[in-house]
Ligand binder design. Structure first.
Ligand SMILES: [Zn+2]
Length: 266
């Protein structure tokens, strides 16, 4: 599985979308419903960054085929503003984005990566199945807890292409499923070289597309949570799929398909 997660809903998303669509990659775009159409300038270290957010109209016109996800109403740090304000940031953002897109939001990215147990609890109660942090694992393991989803790396990580090579061509232990999750902000593509980093990554992954599922964060977390609901007999000969999702698993090197509601007998 390869998935992308891009934050803040800025106008450079539109150029990123063209590139993603060209290579067949899928992305989750994490938007702040209360900031759509606004412009701001902020300072990060020595860099003064001006950002222009997409408008509500651009959201409905340009993101088809990808996922719209929550990122808090005004991008407040949910770990630091108290429970009532955090509830409002989460719920009102979700309500507005759901009304705008006509979809049901299932995934979230934590503003500033800030969270604690209570924030996770609020997200779960709001109906979110996953929330992404900004902690890089430099690994491909599937998160144990999708409400604390640490991605593989940021796109500007010095190890990005090394990780891509390992993901596509490295030795795989015990045929474990691998998840490569990259995150960032499209306003960081502020030079031709920065765009080339993403284009090189996508072109390389697309050249291995026969073994990669290009999916949004929501598709990945929904599939894995359904997969984790499989029921097994003690001797391992029967596996029941209680979900509505067709699930796949490999047993002794043989790939099996289990349709929703069916029992596989080995
Ligand atoms: Zn953000």
């Amino acid at each position: 599985m390869f998935t992308l997660s891009y934050d803040d809903g800025v106008v450079e998303d539109l150029q990123l979308l063209e590139m993603l669509n060209h290579y067949g990659a899928k992305c989750t775009f994490n938007l702040n419903a209360g900031l759509l159409g606004q412009q701001e300038t902020f300072t990060m270290g020595d860099i003064r960054q001006r950002i222009e957010r997409v408008t509500a109209d651009q959201v409905t016109r340009h993101y088809q085929g990808h996922e719209i996800a929550g990122h808090g109403l005004y991008h407040s740090s949910l770990a630091d503003i108290g429970t009532p304000a955090a509830m409002h940031e989460i719920i009102e953002d979700k309500r507005l984005l759901e009304a705008l897109t006509g979809t049901l939001l299932r995934t979230f990215a934590l503003p500033f990566g800030a969270y604690h147990a209570q924030v996770k609890d609020l997200l779960q109660k709001a109906g979110y199945q996953s929330s992404r942090t900004i902690i890089s694992t430099h690994a491909f393991a599937i998160p144990e807890d999708f409400l604390e989803w640490h991605p593989t790396c940021h796109h500007a990580d010095a190890r990005l292409m090394e990780l891509a090579h390992t993901f596509c061509e490295g030795e795989q232990l015990f045929e474990q499923p691998q998840l490569f999750a990259v995150w960032g902000h499209s306003y960081e593509f502020n030079s031709p070289q920065a765009w080339k980093v993403m284009e090189d990554l996508l072109a390389y992954l697309a050249s291995h597309r026969e073994k990669i599922w290009f999916a949004t964060n929501g598709e990945v977390s929904a599939y894995i949570s359904d997969y984790r609901r499989l029921s097994y007999s003690v001797d391992g000969s029967k596996i029941y799929n209680p979900t509505a999702t067709t699930l796949w698993l490999s047993v002794s090197g043989v790939c099996h398909r289990i349709n929703g509601g069916e029992t596989l007998t080995l």
